[in-house]
Ligand binder design. Structure first.
Ligand code: MRU
Length: 342
């Protein structure tokens, strides 16, 4: 499912607006930095790799916006820093902006229009590469699944969260392509409902059997033997394998441990942050209260009540049975410090 399109000649970035799925397929058009930051913060587009790809195209839009100014280089630098700060947890955002910045640093002599040509090619290549990586991850991960497995997932780590195919859902897709029958339990994932809305939407579109469950049904379903394995994605993984992912993931991991259910994380190597060692050092995004106090514009809590709206949590490495990457499946104890040399 293609949900991110960049047209360099206009230029415009067209994003399938995930706020309105599954009711309607509406497209959001980003034409400048402000639109891109809005699309990230309001979650028109979300999911760590998709955030990174959007940011790479966002760099191109920003460059077009400032190229006519005499001080375009200063304006560009300022804009890149704003873009990087749009969401704090998914390391892919910083990674993508740093990647584009490095390409610029290597060719500082380029004019703005020459740099635009280079950046467009780099952003398109990054997008294509992400899909290839997901396919590779899928073929490694598919070996861990057996015919008849019922796989629980949390949030949406599918096509909609990546350049295409997905990380956790990519593993499931690859197992199905290999002829295995797999059923997916999609935890609804309050408050943005990535599971109920997005995971269910894209799996149903692909005719993959999906059952949506309330987040708080997880323990019961595991206790009753209804879950064979868990696979989730990640927003950032530390060098020792602590995993930041959508709020609720940690609870699923603890319950999986209690019930002896394998708990896997599928993520590309660029989601691993080898410079952060401990999970507690990962910045956790706190989002607006209305996401919790309201459902579809209707208040569900007493007015004025305080709420927690942490968007992510951290699952300690020892609860993770394996980390599926494009270069193979890593197992505990993890040490990703080798990525510093890449
Ligand atoms: O707030 P979101 O929807 O951007 O959070 C997304 C997740 O937590 C995903 O599980 C994660 O990014 C993995 S995506 C392949």
């Amino acid at each position: 499912m293609e949900h991110i399109f960049f047209k360099p000649e206009e230029p415009v970035l067209r994003l399938l607006d995930q706020r309105y799925l599954p009711e309607r397929e509406e497209w959001f058009e980003a034409r400048n930095l402000e639109d891109v930051i809005y699309s990230l913060q309001e979650m028109v587009v979300r999911g760590a790799p998709a955030i990174g790809i959007t940011a790479a195209y966002g760099c191109c839009l920003l460059l077009k916006e400032v190229e006519a100014y005499a001080d375009w280089q200063e304006k560009l630098l300022k804009g890149l820093n704003l873009l990087k700060a749009a969401r704090p947890t998914a390391v892919n955002l910083t990674w993508a902006v740093d990647f584009m910045s490095k390409k610029w640093e290597e060719k500082k002599e380029l004019s703005a229009s020459e740099l635009y040509g280079l950046w467009v090619q780099e952003a398109l290549a990054l997008h294509r590469l992400d899909i290839e990586i997901n396919r590779k991850m899928g073929s490694w991960g598919a070996k861990l699944l057996e015919d008849g497995d019922v796989v629980m997932t949390h949030c949406n780590a599918g096509s909609l969260a990546t350049g295409g195919f997905g990380t956790a859902l990519g593993v499931i897709r690859a197992a199905i392509e290999a002829g295995k029958k797999i059923t997916v339990i999609a935890n609804e994932t309050r408050p943005f409902l990535q599971g109920a809305r997005l995971t269910a939407y894209e799996l149903q579109k692909d005719n993959i059997e999906v059952i949506v469950a309330c987040d708080n049904a997880c323990g019961f379903l595991m206790q009753r033997g209804k879950v064979s394995k868990v696979i989730v994605g990640a927003d950032r993984i530390t060098s020792k394998g602590d995993v930041a992912n959508k709020i609720g993931t940690y609870s699923v991991a603890v319950l999986a441990k209690k019930h002896n259910i394998p708990f896997y994380v599928a993520a590309p190597l660029y989601t691993i942050d080898p410079y952060t060692v401990k999970g507690e050092d990962i910045p956790i995004e706190e989002r607006k209260q209305e996401e919790v106090t309201h459902i579809q514009g209707k208040r569900i809590t007493p007015a004025g009540v305080k709420v927690f709206n942490y968007a992510f949590d951290v699952t300690p490495a020892e609860l993770v049975s394996g980390i599926i990457t494009e270069e193979g499946v890593f197992s505990y104890p993890y040490d990703f410090s080798f990525l510093k040399n890449r």
